[in-house]
Write a protein that binds this ligand. Structure first.
Ligand code: NAP
Length: 254
């Protein structure tokens, strides 16, 4: 995607990476629609940032996705970028079902099924545009696992492979697929993560991401320098060491 001139819907932009990216993309000359469940934040964002549009959406609810998609496409027929940002990350204990099952179901429904349903709701509209982009959001943990978050890691690995596969399917159409792969970034994704010494400051992350899109609008993967440690561990041949280092050093990962 080009850095400016798009109309972009970001479900999962009431806080954190989504909101910061929404504001940065608006500043670069894009129309941006922010989505999420927290109505009070949607109202606050619309009030504090003139020009930003908002829509209520719960990506675990197929009807809510359909409703939001109908509204967004009707109000913004130029929509040409979908960023499937909505995600949750939970610590789990897989030694008993009580320790993980409910969390795993919620995580799969939000992170994986939510992204799939969003793509289903927008693919025909995006294909009708002369050029369009689906930006998926995986994680460094798609490539190197954090011990305490098995379901999260698994959904992000699935998002990576979905992105790779979708890119092959959509080759020859007007729709390209770009995978954003954040490292640990200081947000409220998990308790304590905003304060974590290992998390990349949000403004630095967003600035690097914007620079990468500007430098290579056709990039398949958006990788800031900090994520390469996790992204390329297996290719480098130091996977076991990287897994050990990550799990000793970073209680929050991301
Ligand atoms: N921070 C990191 O270290 C990191 C690293 C790698 C990847 N990521 C990914 O980046 C994305 C954003 O995370 P973040 O760090 O910015 O955390 P965050 O501040 O908690 O943001 C998560 C966003 O997702 C939305 N969301 C969650 N469940 C939703 C649902 N059912 N329906 C609609 N929206 C929903 C939230 O909005 P509402 O609560 O208002 O619905 C919020 O806007 C996630 O996909 C995450 O996995 C983050």
């Amino acid at each position: 995607m080009n850095i400016s001139g798009n109309t972009i819907f970001i479900p999962g932009a009431t806080s954190g990476i989504g909101l910061a990216l929404a504001l940065a993309l608006q500043a670069k000359g894009n129309e941006v629609i922010v989505g999420g469940r927290r109505a009070e934040l949607l109202e606050q964002i619309a009030a504090e940032h003139p020009g930003i549009h908002t829509v209520a959406i719960d990506t675990t609810d197929p009807e809510s996705i359909e409703r939001a998609a109908t509204t967004v496409i009707a109000e913004h027929p130029d929509l040409d970028v979908l960023i499937t940002m909505a995600g949750i990350m939970r610590a789990e204990d897989w030694t008993t079902p009580e320790g993980f099952l409910a969390s795993a179901e919620q995580t799969v429904t939000t992170n994986l099924l939510g992204s799939i349903r969003l793509i289903a709701a927008f693919i025909e509209h995006l294909r009708s545009r002369p050029a369009a982009t689906i930006v998926t959001v995986s994680s460094g943990l798609a490539f190197t696992p954090l011990r305490i978050t098995p379901s999260y890691n698994a959904t992000k690995a699935a998002i990576h492979m979905l992105s790779e596969s979708l890119r092959l399917q959509l080759a020859g159409t007007s729709v390209t697929v770009t995978e954003l792969e954040p490292p640990s970034v200081a947000t409220d994704l998990m308790p304590g993560q905003r304060e974590s010494a290992f998390a990349m400051p949000l403004d630095e992350f967003i600035a690097e991401v914007v620079g990468l899109i500007e430098a290579d609008p056709d990039a398949k993967e958006i990788q800031v320098e900090r994520v390469k440690f996790l992204r390329y561990a297996e290719a480098r041949g130091d996977y076991d060491q990287t897994v050990a280092t990550l799990n000793q050093l970073d209680p929050h990962g991301a």
